[in-house]
Design a protein around this ligand. Structure first.
Ligand code: NAD
Length: 513
């Protein structure tokens, strides 16, 4: 049912089977083996993309480092103008790109559109920011001296992204990096390579129309081995990597060995605390969307509900009742709430998690299972499941990237709930549902949530681009998107200017000749 639609979307995005190989005028050289991209929605082959070889990578780096020389001297507001045009192209192509995201990754069409909207939003943010890349001025201790700091472009920014946000994460990084004067080399997930090709086409066209080198935006394809070309490469001063904690530990170490910078956005294990003062209706909507949206494949997906014993049964019953309403099926059909997992490996991990929680003493209260039959031919559709569990279970401590929600009870005050919430290695997103000011403030206080994102009366999942996004502990500590996240894409320089005829030294040191 989707085949026709998707062909139309691919045509609008300029993706043809014949140009998925080597460079096609866009700055993208790939001549290695082929990766086939199958849709988890219906199992169909969408297209094949060639991977980047070592030789291809050298060509990419040459074009990126050359392009940097042009781009870095262009005034930042003019770079912002180019990013504005890129945002306009995304507005024009929102529907086909949203459709491709939905079809290749398996998220709902609404979420596919939402992802493109996020790209548009970050472009708007970056355009404004292009006039605000300011440093501080400070008073010098020496007479007749002026001291200030400024931010300069860094160089080639390497972007490694995960499958679950196949286009937005790139845009969060690249829109900021571009206005900062950097050029970007992007390695999208090998599970969603066509989304990468589509974005590269859009960016390449905008740079070309402006008479700018296309090397400002480069694409490399393949798995971790292609990612490693960048993590080991001294010509890449910053590697921004989004994905699992396992990947982040390797990337962090490899880049640190050459004293490069990393921006790490890794796994989460996000909880909603439900207190006796929670609005139950809001809680149910927030928890269910958080747990089953994107089939539980968001870094901010709700994994744990920590519920006060006095409202435990009420919340449990309401959530279980809501799960009965969920429609699972093709993500391009807007009547469905839950689409497929990315691939059958993910299905296996989901099944293992459900077995594991029972082995550890948990109780499944909404049965899971893999769906088969008409409409589920890809083998990637699973039923969202709920289990009652304890926080210390190994499986609960682990991020399972699937719609499995764990319920647990707390008693006493909110600090007991916080102990459970913070009692995991990850530190991305967190939420409290309460109308009690004391509980809300305790949750947000120094002794409260230890996560990078802490919400009151909102679920854990989804964030606006205006705030800095990221988390602590095993989530990697990086921040991207809004606020002052741009600073990591630039190098800071402190400047002191002497406008006298004397040469006084700092700290009053005497050195007479
Ligand atoms: P993954 O770690 O398997 O892969 C992510 C990317 O890293 C891919 O492009 C992959 O090819 C690359 N990679 C893997 N090993 C590498 C290595 N040694 N060197 C260089 N590159 C390497 O993750 P995934 O399955 O695609 O995505 C799911 C994970 O991403 C989840 O853990 C999720 O929480 C996390 N995630 C985090 C955020 C965030 O902002 N914190 C956002 C989205 C996803």
């Amino acid at each position: 049912a989707t085949a026709f639609d998707i062909q139309d979307a691919l045509d609008q995005l300029g993706i043809k089977q014949t140009n998925l190989g080597t460079s096609t005028g866009s700055n993208w050289f790939s001549s290695g083996e082929e990766i086939a991209s199958h849709s988890p929605a219906d199992g169909e082959l969408i297209g094949k993309v060639k991977t980047t070889t070592k030789e291809d990578y050298e060509k990419v780096m040459t074009s990126a480092t050359e392009a940097f020389k042009t781009w870095r001297v262009m005034p930042a507001p003019q770079r912002g103008e180019v990013v504005r045009q890129f945002g306009d192209e995304l507005r024009r192509l929102k529907e086909p790109l949203g459709k491709l995201v939905s079809y290749e990754m398996g998220k709902s069409y609404q979420e596919g559109l939402g992802e493109v909207q996020e790209m548009i939003d970050i472009c708007d943010f970056a355009v404004g920011l292009s006039r605000q890349l300011h440093g501080l001025t400070m008073h010098s201790e020496r007479p007749g001296h002026r001291m200030y700091e400024q931010y300069h472009p860094l160089g080639v920014v390497g972007i490694i992204s995960a499958f679950n946000f196949p286009v937005a994460v790139w845009a969060w990084n690249t829109a900021l990096a571009w206005i900062c004067g950097d050029v970007c080399v992007w390695k999208p997930s090998e599970k969603t390579p066509l989304c990468g090709v589509a974005c590269q086409h859009i960016a390449a066209r905008v740079f070309k129309n402006n008479g700018l080198p296309e090397g400002i935006s480069c694409l490399i394809n393949g798995d971790y081995r292609v990612g490693e070309m960048m993590t080991k490469d001294r010509r890449v001063p910053l590697v921004s990597a989004t994905g699992s904690t396992r990947m982040g530990k390797i990337v962090g170490k490899t880049v640190a060995e050459r004293l490069g910078k990393t921006l790490l956005e890794l796994g989460g294990n996000n909880a909603i605390i439900v207190t006796p003062d929670a609005d139950i209706k809001m809680t149910v909507i927030g928890a269910v969307f958080g747990a089953v949206g994107t089939a539980g494949q968001r870094c901010t997906s709700t994994r744990r509900l920590i519920i006060h014993e006095s409202v435990y049964d009420k919340v449990k019953d309401a959530v279980v009742a809501a799960y009965k309403q969920l429609r699972i099926g093709n993500p391009l059909d807007q009547n469905n709430h839950v689409g497929p997992l990315i691939d059958t490996d993910a299905v296996k991990m989901y099944q293992e998690a459900l077995d594991r929680v029972v082995q550890e003493g948990g109780k499944v209260i909404v049965e899971g299972g893999v769906l088969s039959g008409e409409g589920f031919e890809s083998g990637c559709y699973v039923k969202p499941a709920i289990a009652e569990a304890e926080n210390h279970f190994e499986i609960v401590q682990h991020e399972t990237f699937a719609p499995v929600l764990y319920l647990m009870k707390y008693s006493g005050d909110v600090h007991n709930a916080l102990e459970l919430q913070n009692g995991v290695n990850q530190g991305l997103s967190s939420a409290i549902m309460t109308n009690n000011l004391r509980e809300a403030e305790a949750f947000l206080s120094h002794a409260g949530s230890d996560c990078g994102i802490a919400n009151v009366n909102i679920g854990t999942s989804g964030a606006e681009i205006g705030g800095a996004f990221g988390g602590e502990k095993d989530t990697g500590g990086g921040r991207e998107s809004g606020s002052d996240a741009w600073k990591i894409y630039m190098r800071r320089q402190t400047n002191t200017i002497n406008y006298t005829t004397e040469l006084p030294l700092a700290q009053g040191i005497k050195f007479d000749l």
